[in-house]
Ligand binder design. Structure first.
Ligand code: NAD
Length: 335
């Protein structure tokens, strides 16, 4: 009998890429728009495996309901797993697998897009000319050549963000808890966190969200930065205390802010709320600044990345049913 996979939080593009990757495999894919939570877990009662994304809640309550049915595999279409209770999954005998890397290029390229957009005010120019306003006042940028860029988190994405900026004549500084030889090869120089904060014209965040990095950008760290600094976050929303950054935008301390992620993004990002009154006053305040660009957690969103996510997800499903262990498996306290 064909194995049944229930896919939660399905968007049209998930359906396209997963169905393509499944053509040669023939699993029965059941696509749900609902996110996984205790209230929706029973929808997967007949599923052999369940596939989830970043805003699904694979908490103990939901996992217990899945395990009461046929489900033995939870497969994530993402790298991060802060939304999965791994201890509960282990206790319930659920195999949890993820896609650890799908395209660091996609995210690095998007960080660069935010830097270029904010500096040269492309977001404003786009709207302005559509209104018949061809004036240049207010669109003044600066040469990136000669600027200092600080990369916080010099892993796969941070390392890919550095070389194009280096090639344009920027000085590249980095801070990480581990030194990555690839970052030094890319022309980066390691400094202390305080040095990166105080010497950089542009700061781009590429570290994971952990207890140590939570609110890395806060009222105290903002004081250490250059006046007019540009901050880019394509990593995780809670790296930034948005209230503190709003105060710094109002005072002019922060000159430019590019956010692809936001602490309270769940329930807002990936939804069309154009007919609704958005209740999040912090997000709405951020959207009023001319020198802020907010995007909806889309840095990963390229065809290459979606193909890789779908293909690795199918591999994870095959490996699980074949009883094959894999480095994509998540265990409590492991990677
Ligand atoms: P990675 O694991 O290759 O690199 C992360 C780096 O951060 C590592 O070098 C690690 O040592 C460093 N780090 C850990 N703790 C740190 C700390 N306290 N201070 C400074 N550095 C620290 O991960 P990656 O593939 O480069 O991804 C980076 C982040 O990008 C992910 O954690 C994820 O949050 C984010 N991401 C966002 C999107 C998106 O669509 N916006 C997509 C994928 C990944």
């Amino acid at each position: 009998m064909r194995k049944k996979i229930v896919v939660y939080s399905t968007k049209p593009y998930d359906r396209t890429f997963l169905s393509q990757a499944n053509e040669s495999r023939g699993y029965e894919l059941i696509y749900l728009e609902d996110s996984l939570k205790p209230e929706t877990a029973s929808l997967a009662a007949e599923a052999d495996a369940v596939c989830v994304f970043v805003h699904d809640h694979a908490d103990a309550g939901a996992l217990e309901i899945l395990a009461e049915g046929k489900t033995r595999l939870l497969t994530l279409r993402c790298a991060g797993y802060n939304n999965v209770d791994l201890a509960a999954a282990a206790a319930l005998g659920l195999d949890v697998r993820r896609v650890p890397s799908y395209s660091p290029y996609a995210v690095a390229e998007f960080a660069l897009a935010l830097i270029f957009t904010l500096n040269r005010k492309v977001h404003r120019a786009y709207n302005r000319v559509r209104e018949g306003n061809f004036a240049l006042d207010g669109l003044l940028g600066f040469d990136l050549h000669g600027c200092t860029v600080g990369i916080i988190g010099t892993g796969k994405i941070g390392c890919l963000t550095a070389p194009p900026l280096k090639a344009m004549g920027c000085k590249i500084l980095g801070y990480d808890v581990y030194q990555n030889p690839a970052f030094i090869e890319a022309g980066g120089a390691y400094k202390s966190l305080d040095e990166v904060l105080s010497e950089s014209d542009i700061i781009s965040l590429h570290c994971p969200l952990t207890p140590e990095t939570h609110y890395l950008i806060n009222a105290d760290s903002l004081v250490k930065m250059k006046t007019g600094v540009m901050i880019i976050n394509t990593s995780r929303g809670a790296l930034i205390d948005a209230t503190a950054v709003i105060a710094a935008l109002k005072s002019g301390k922060v000159g430019y802010l590019g956010l692809d992620v936001y602490e309270q993004e769940e329930g807002v990002f990936y939804q069309n709320l154009s007919e609704e009154i958005i209740q999040d006053d912090v997000l709405q305040r951020l959207l009023t600044f001319p020198n802020v660009v907010v995007t909806s957690h889309q840095a990963f969103f390229t065809t290459t990345a979606l193909k890789n996510i779908a293909e690795t997800t199918m591999h994870n499903i095959e490996d699980h049913f074949a009883g094959r262990p894999s480095s994509n498996q998540l265990v409590v306290g492991g990677g």
